[in-house]
Every structure is written in C-alpha cells, then in structure tokens.
Design a protein around this ligand. Structure first.
Ligand code: ATP
Length: 940
C-alpha cells in the first residue's frame, strides 16, 4: 500500500485484490455488503480518487492537426498559385515593370491568407468535431446501478468510487474493475482487454485466487471496458479511472475520431477532379496561347489567366459549408431527441425507406400496469394506475381479498421473488428501477400486501436462471423460510415467469385453492385460449409457475430444473401505445417509409398494437420467430417486403430480417436494446439504440441513440436527414455553378481577343468565399420544405449529382458564363476603363439572384414565403452591400483593384445580373408545365 493510501486509510486500487478473501476485501474497502458505502464517504472518495474516467490516449497534437489540413490537393494548388504569382511580382519589381499604384505581392499575400484561413477553419472544425463527438459520447455514457446507504439508484459511470457496490447484467459495459460478490450465470466478453474472443464465466471465489493468476484467468474479478454477455452480478468496485487495467493501457486506446461522411469523401474526390480539370485547361490555354505569340507580356498575360482559372475552379467555401451543415443537422436532431453517434448517419437518414422497430417502449409507453390476473380458480380484474401499489382485485366486480386465496397469494409471491426490479416512493411518485415489466409485478403484489423487502429477506435467493430474449423466461431458486410447514418437505422453491406458452410447456400440474392437479390437454388448451384472449386485447401476458426442490440446481442445469413445474396462472399488463406514434406512422407512410414491428412479445398482442397504430391492417398476418426459423433465407427474402409484424422473435432473427430487406434493396433503420441486438444494429444501414432502456453494448453498436426511446423520434430524425440532404444539394448546386461560370469567363477572355484577365485572383477569392459562401451558409440552414415528408426517400446509391443536379450545374455554369461573356464583350468596348469591375460586379450580383431562386426546383420564388429563411435575405443583403463597398470605398477599391462605377454602369450590371434569376425561374415554369402535361387533371 502506498504512503498516501495509508495516510488516508483508503485502499490502493492497484493491490492484487483477486488474491484476497472476499470478507477481507470488504473490510479493507469498509463497505457493507448489503448497504454499500454511505453518501459522505462516497463524496470523500470521489475527491480522493477523482472521477472514474479514462484520459484519452495521446492523439495528434495541435500542430499535427493543423498541418494535416494542408494535405488537401486544392489548398496545395492555391499555394502553388501564390508562389508563381509571387515570383512574377518579384521579377516585375526587379525590372521596375510593376504598373503604377500596384501593391506588390498582393495576390500572393491574399491567397496565402486564404490558405492559412482555410487551414485554420478546417483545424477549428476538426477540433470542434472531435470535441462535439466526445461530448455526444459523454451524453450516452453508461449509467450504473449502485447501492449506497442501503438505497438503490442509478448513477453516471464517472461517479463510481472504489468501495461502491455495483450491479451488472447482460448488456452492461463495465466502467470499473471489481471483485465478484454475487454471480448468476455471469459471462463477460473481455476481448477489449485480453484479446480473448470467447466469453469468460465469472464466479465468486471466497478465499481468492493465486497471486500470480494472469488477467484473463481472474474469474473472481471483472474489468472496465469489458461487456456482460449473460447473467447478473453484484460487484465490489476495487479500481476506477486510470487505476483500472484498462486505464493502464489507455495510451493504446484510440482517441475519438470524427469519421468522414460519404459526402465529405465524395467532395474530396471532386476536389481532385476539379484540380486535374483545371490543370489540363491551364496547359491548353498556355500552349495554344504561346503558339500564337512570342513576346513576354502575352506570356505573362497567359500565366495570369491560368492562375486566375486555377483559383476560380476551387470552391474554397464548400468544405466549411458542408461541415457546418452536418453540425447543424446533428444539433437539430439532438433537439428532437435523436443523438447521432456516427456523423454519416446525418446525411444518410434521408434515405431510410424501412424502419424496423421494437414494440415495447418504442411504439408503446413501457409503463406497464397489470390489469388481469388469472389462476385456475379466479379470473380477476386489477385496478389502479401507474406503479403505485394501490388498487383492488375484482372478481365479477366484487372486491376480493387475495390473502384469503392461497393460489392467488402464491402467484403474487412468485411475482415478487422472481424479480430484479426495485419499486420505491420518491416524494409522492412511485418509481421503479429496472425492467418496467417487473416493476408492474411488484406494484401488483403490493396491491395484495406483498412487498419485496420483507419477502425477499424471508425467502433468500440462492440461485437463478436469468432472463434473456432467447429464453423468454427467468427462474429463481429461493430458500423456504420454514421448510417443514411449506408446501412440501422440500427446502427450496423455484419460481419461474415468462412467455406463457414456454412456461406452460414445462408444467405438469396446476395449482388451485384446494391443491395441485394434473394438467390435462383441455386444461392446457383453456389456459392458452385465455392467454390469446388477453393478448388480443393488446395485453402483454406472462405465465407463472413454481416447483419445490430438495436441492439448489447448478447454474447450467436449467433444462432439468425448469421442468415438472406447477402452473400458477397468467398476469396480463397493459402497455399503452405512445399517443404520438399513430401520427408518426401515418407520416412514415406518406413519406414512402414502411414501418415494421419486430417484437419478442406474443403475435396477438403485437397484432393488436400494430393495428391500433396503423402499422398493419386487421387481417395482416404476423410471422413468428418459430415460422421464421423454418424459412430459408431465400424464402424469407421473397416475403420480407409484405410482412409488417414479426412476433416472438429472438435477436438473431432480427439480423436475418435486416439482411433479407437489404437484399431487396431496402435501406433499413433498425432499433435494438439488448446485448444480442448488436449484430443486427451493425448490419442495419442506420442502427438505432434506446437511450433509456438500451444496454451499453447496443449503444456502442449503433449509429444513433434515441434519447426518449420513441418511435416518433426516428421519424423526426429521418425528416431532419432529408432536410440536411436537400440543403446540401441546394448549396452545391449554387456554389459549383458559379465556379464553372467563372472559369469559362476567364478562359474566354484571351480567346475573344481581350488583352487582360477580367478577374484577378483576389477578386475570385472574394467571390468564392464571401459572395458565394455567405448565401450558401444561409441555404444550409433552410428550414424543411412543407412537402419534405410527402416525397419518396432518396436513393442511397445515387450520386449527389443525380436527379439532374450535375446537368443543372453545367447548364447554370454555361448560362452564367454566356451572360458574363456577353457583358464582358460589350463593356470592353463601351466602358473600356471599367469593364473588369462591371464583369466582377455582374458575376457577384447574379449569384445573389441565384441564391434566392435555387431554394426550390419547382416552386416559383414569387409564390414562396420570403421570410421562411430570413438568414438568406440577410446574407444576400449583406453581401450586396459588401460588394458595393468594394467599388465605392476608397481603400477597399485600391486593395481589390476595382474602379468606381457610374450610376448607369451599376444599373447595367444590376439589369444583366437578374438574367440568371429569370433563367432559373423560367426553368421552374417549364418543369411545372411538363408535370401538368404528364399528369393532366382527371376529367370527371
Ligand atoms: P420488444 O422486442 O418489442 O421489446 P419484448 O419486451 O416483449 O418486446 P423481449 O424483451 O425479448 O421482447 O421479451 C420477450 C418475451 O419474454 C416477452 O414477451 C415476455 O413474454 C417475456 N419476458 C419479458 N420480460 C421478462 C422478464 N423480465 N422475465 C420473464 N419473462 C419476460
């Protein structure tokens, strides 16, 4: 033990705790095995040990991130342009050939400033993206169930301290190292730590293991960063944060990396194409131009043209606008309760055409209230609301006292014993910690005066076969308080609850008030009939059974132990659909998205809920897990597009369903919460985990987390995804059209015999960054068009230039250049002193009209609400004012090499620049006429 730990009397996390006896470790950590640590002690330890966090390993340092920005091919080209331009200025300066009033190296400085600015911007965005992702990661960081001062609660993993009692179950991702105090079939995957892919079984080891036991064999310890695959456990936390085994190797951990979205990758590719294209063009201009001439000034002029073209072709503002759009999309989604974990999801959500959703908690409220209880003697209605254990048992509207009915009493007892939830009162409210299904059973038992605290002490649990979505049931083995007076001479009682069909299969007798009787075939049929009736009414039904045992079965002996049980009865609970889901389902349908329900629940319950929500018609058939497992993948693929309800499925079926849907070309969003849902979540195009009920493992595998577990949130996120994608298309359309126009205009100048370049690099940079950039940013935050959820989803395979976008950009680029070349030719002769400024101004102002018109491909600007996106109006107004300042404010004019335009010249520019706007509006009219012609109104 280190001096510091000795002084504070707090244990050293690094000690070999696996080697110590449990009792000793508890004593050293001063932890009460039942009560846990007291609140003030937790605080003291939090201060001493610090937060339970792993400091990220060393990633790239600030300089490296900054320098990485200059690996971009477009920026490299700009640097080359700046250098060449500098050399030319230098030569001219030496030869005293610089035109009068010209500031030397102006272009070089300006271009280099832009390059550095771009680098800084990229650097800031990258750092911000990393920070944002880390923050998002924190938001979805695991909650841990602990017991402190005898009270169960859920705390953030960061708040754990050595000495805490932590409870783990299938799906938990461990956030601290600890000693196993209780283990029920506890299996953990430790591959993150040891590389061992097979699950490791954990067990209690009262006296400790050998001191030199290697990490992978320490069965009495669990470690941070590993995942619980199965079972349940109670753990004494021994190490947190950097003291954990994971912390020790933290340097090896990769820091959070912002992955590039498909669009960002495509844009990087586009950058390369643009650069190559412009280089070819430059070579052509220089070669053909040089063939015609021999004097230096002409060659210099050609080089200037080339430099301008190279600058013009690079859409300098585009990467920033894309990053901002994705960031804003992520923020909008968080506001609507959808947390994006992987950035590409923002952009691809708009392509979702099938949403496969769990039922419980996503389509329904997951607030269970038991309404029916059926034993072989009694058919009871249960009253009461929420989780409050206040209500009555009514038999044909007569109040019934359950304490006077032993078979009802036994069923209620099983509800409490076979239960891992905690029911507690917080102020006036009754809350549950744990599974709502189990919470509802505790509140049911409370209505019959049976409470967990007393009963679980009286009947201590000695073993269990935990619940899993595959088994669809769970059992516990408890010691009987007074074996002699108990139902038999046996000393132990096994209580089982789960899917009624599966529990009933394992029963041979049934319990009544007067005794136990053999289950005949007709009894079974009657029970299943009652189960179906309840399920048809939309109730979630559980079956209960028990068995007296003379021994505590081994952990692996469930097949033998869960046999020959005595049937106790059925419990039916209502889990009402979420009110907002019906509307969300209708929205999906209008948007060409098919909702599919995939549930572990009974097919009739699933059908009833699906019908209430409009997911399926009353006659729609549900495919059960059993039927599905008999289908070949090919058969499943043949029917997967028509089935909307899958019931009684196991997690592995989910994977098959996603694969079948994908093989039919569907773009699938799939929800999941359990540990075994992870493969399906990874396979889905958008894997969605539940923020509240989801396991850590499912969150880790997902692209998006629903903070409110709500189906309607998926639909909202899809809508946002469509808006993001549409806006991205809008501003790409807007920006690239302008670049093409600029390049052609510049290239045309020497070809039509003009002696100078119309635009200098500085002006082009101004256009690309300011006059294109500001309105593009405004276009990026354009709100949803009213019909965004009335269109079909985007084809995920389509290129960003699909559906006419590429053609539009080329067309607009050509129109743009035709207009400016015409103006250039005219003004070169008519206004020889100011022609360059007139071209520059017209190009900039044309883009203002274009920004306003480009917002919709079909709706005329005059008929759209101008205030829908006030930012666009502000951006256009601000940019126009800035452009005028460049012409009329003396220092700016000198710097940007412009001339003061007369009123008449400015009017000409304004007039000509509206032509682009008029052209785009005319295109819309043509589209409208075309649609009207293709879809004539139906004659009556
Ligand atoms: P969904 O898949 O829509 O979330 P679900 O909650 O019914 O629905 P699972 O959690 O896989 O799906 O449960 C499957 C079945 O197992 C349930 O329908 C129920 O019969 C049974 N079951 C659920 N929870 C428990 C539990 N805590 N103990 C025993 N059996 C349970």
């Amino acid at each position: 033990m280190s001096d510091l730990h000795e002084k504070t009397s707090l244990p050293d996390p690094a000690a070999p705790w696996h080697h110590q006896a449990i009792a000793h470790v508890l004593q050293v950590f001063q932890t009460d095995e039942q009560q846990g640590l007291e609140g003030p002690e937790v605080e003291r330890r939090q201060q001493f040990y610090g937060p339970n966090e792993i400091e990220a390993g060393r990633g790239r340092n600030t300089w490296e991130i900054f320098l990485d920005q200059f690996k971009n091919v477009m920026l490299i080209m700009l640097i080359v342009v700046a250098l060449i331009s500098g050399v030319i200025d230098f030569v001219e300066l030496r030869a005293n050939a610089l035109p009068e009033g010209t500031v030397p190296f102006k272009d070089t400085i300006a271009i280099m400033a832009i390059v550095v600015l771009n680098g800084l911007l990229g650097f800031m965005q990258e750092s911000r993206a990393e920070k944002a992702l880390a923050a998002l990661k924190k938001m979805s960081s695991p909650q841990v169930r602990v017991c402190r001062g005898g009270q169960f609660s859920e705390v953030k993993a960061a708040q754990l301290v050595p000495g805490d009692l932590m409870f783990i179950e299938a799906g938990s991702q461990l956030s601290a190292d600890g000693l196993v105090l209780e283990a029920a079939q506890l299996q953990v995957r430790e591959s993150a730590l040891t590389g061992e892919a097979n699950p490791v079984t954990k067990r209690i080891c009262p006296v400790g293991l050998a001191a030199d036991t290697p990490l992978g064999d320490r069965q009495n310890m669990v470690f941070s960063g590993t995942e619980v695959l199965q079972g349940r456990g109670k753990i004494l936390v021994t190490a947190t944060g950097m003291s954990t085994e994971l912390g020790k190797i933290a340097q090896m951990l990769q820091s959070v990396k912002a992955s590039q979205t498909p669009l960002q990758k495509r844009m990087a590719h586009l950058g390369k194409i643009l650069v190559t294209g412009s280089l070819i063009l430059v070579i052509l201009v220089v070669v053909f131009g040089s063939l015609q001439v021999g004097n230096f000034s002409r060659i210099k002029e050609l080089i200037e043209v080339s430099l301008s073209m190279a600058v013009a072709v690079v859409p300098e503002g585009l990467p920033a606008v894309i990053t901002v759009t994705l960031a804003i999309g992520t923020q909008r989604m968080v506001k609507r309760q959808a947390l994006i974990r992987k950035l590409p999801a923002v952009e691809t959500l708009g392509s979702v055409d099938t949403i496969c959703s769990d039922k419980t908690g996503t389509l329904t409220q997951n607030k269970m209230v038991v309404q029916r209880l059926e034993t072989q003697d009694q058919s009871l209605r249960v009253t009461g609301e929420g989780y409050a254990p206040i209500g009555e048992f009514l038999s044909q509207d007569q109040n019934l006292n359950p304490t006077q009915h032993p078979e009802v009493q036994q069923l209620l007892r099983a509800c409490v014993l076979c239960n891992d939830a905690v029911l507690k009162q917080d102020d006036q409210d009754w809350l549950i910690i744990g599974d709502p299904t189990e919470g509802a059973l505790l509140s049911l038992a409370g209505k019959g005066d049976l409470f967990a605290e007393a009963l679980q002490k009286e009947w201590p649990r000695l073993g269990e076969f935990p619940f899993s979505s595959e088994r669809k049931r769970m059992s516990v083995i408890c010691a009987m308080p007074n074996p002699d007076q108990a139902e038999s001479t046996a000393a132990y009682l096994l209580c089982c609850k789960g899917s009624p069909e599966l529990v009933l299969e394992r029963c041979q007798t049934y319990q009544t008030a007067t005794g136990i009787f053999p289950l005949q075939a007709e009894d079974r049929a009657a029970i299943l009939q009652r189960n179906n009736e309840m399920a048809q009414a939309g109730l979630r039904v559980l079956g209960f059974a028990q068995r007296c045992l003379t021994y505590v079965p081994e952990a692996q002996a469930e097949v033998n132990a869960e046999q020959e049980m005595v049937w106790l009865g059925l419990v039916g609970m209502m889990d009402a659909p979420r009110p907002e889901v019906k509307e969300a389902v209708a929205k999906c349908r209008a948007a060409g998205i098919r909702p599919v329900m995939i549930t572990g629940d009974h097919q009739l319950t699933a059908q009833a809920i699906a019908q209430q929500l409009g997911i399926a018609t009353p006659d729609a058939k549900a495919l059960t897990g059993l039927e599905l497992s008999k289908l070949s993948q090919v058969d499943l693929e043949a029917m997967v597009e028509t089935v909307s309800i899958y019931a009684r499925v196991a997690p592995e079926h989910k994977l098959r369903i996603v694969q079948a849907l994908q093989s039919r070309g569907k773009f699938v969003a799939m929800t999941g919460d359990g540990v075994n849902d992870a493969p399906a979540l990874k396979q889905a195009d958008i894997g969605i985990a539940m923020g509240i009920t989801g396991t850590d493992v499912s969150k880790e595998a997902s692209d998006m987390v629903l903070l409110d577990d709500n189906f309607a949130t998926i639909v909202a996120a899809t809508e946002e995804g469509r808006v993001v994608y549409t806006n991205i298309r809008h501003f790409i359309q807007y920006i690239l059209g302008s670049n093409i126009g600029e390049v052609i205009t510049i290239a045309a100048a020497p070809l039509i015999g003009l002696s100078e370049v119309p635009l200098i690099p500085l002006q082009i940079l101004w256009m690309n960054l300011v006059t294109d950039g500001l309105p593009a940013l405004a276009l990026a935050i354009e709100p949803a068009e009213p019909d965004v959820m009335q269109r079909r989803p985007f084809n995920p395979q389509e290129s960003i230039f699909a559906r006419g976008l590429g053609a539009y950009i080329l067309r607009i680029g050509l129109i743009f250049s035709v207009i400016s070349i015409a103006l250039m030719a005219y003004s070169y002769n008519a206004h020889p002193d100011n022609w360059k400024t007139m071209v520059f101004t017209t190009l900039c102002l044309s883009q203002m009209g274009h920004a306003i018109a480009v917002r919709s491909r079909t709706q005329l600007t005059l008929t759209s609400n101008p205030l829908r996106n006030p930012y666009l109006i502000i951006a256009v107004a601000a940019t126009t004012i800035l452009q005028l300042m460049l012409i009329y404010v003396e220092p700016l004019r000198l710097f940007f090499d412009t001339q003061r335009l007369s009123g008449q010249q400015l009017l000409i520019c304004l007039g000509v620049s509206t032509l682009l706007f008029v052209w785009v509006e005319l295109e819309k009219l043509v589209i409208q006429w075309y649609w009207a012609w293709k879809n004539p109104p139906k004659s009556r």
